[in-house]
Design a protein around this ligand. Structure first.
Ligand code: HEC
Length: 106
């Protein structure tokens, strides 16, 4: 009997933790290569969680190819191109990361 109660309590606690972490704005896996590249190269303008700072929110389900093209060539006045700074592989990793955080929950 006591054991069942404990299991239920643990499940409720786990669900609580899960809900809590999902409402946090942090990237899903801060240790991933994409997250590290993002923090190093993009967070100063787009925010640590890509939710926007002096540059727009990127958590909007952006298309991977669109992100890669924008990062490579830059955009508008404020978005620098990274073709000379990051390798195509790094840009691809970043684009997948941004796509993944935008469509989290799909
Ligand atoms: C110096 C500031 C700055 C840095 C650094 C920067 N961005 Fe941007 N970014 C901007 C600005 C400003 C815009 C809006 C440009 C416009 O629409 O005219 C933008 C736009 C974008 C867009 C288009 C968003 C949309 O909804 O169309 C993407 C994607 C993007 N940035 C990704 C990145 C990534 C990935 C990095 C890191 C490799 C990065 N940016 C680094 C300033 C920056």
């Amino acid at each position: 009997m006591g054991r069942t109660k404990l299991a239920v309590a643990a499940a409720v606690a786990a669900a609580g933790v899960w809900t809590w972490s999902c409402t946090q704005a942090a990237p899903p896996d801060p240790e991933s290569e994409g997250a590290k590249l993002f923090v190093a190269n993009c967070a100063a303008c787009h925010g640590q969680d890509a939710g926007g700072l002096k540059a727009p929110n990127l958590r909007t389900g952006l298309d991977t190819d669109y992100v890669a093209a924008t990062v490579t060539d830059g955009k508008g006045e404020g978005m620098p191109g990274f073709a000379g700074t990051l390798s195509p592989e790094q840009i691809h990793t970043l684009a997948e990361y941004i796509h993944s955080i935008g469509s989290a929950g799909d």
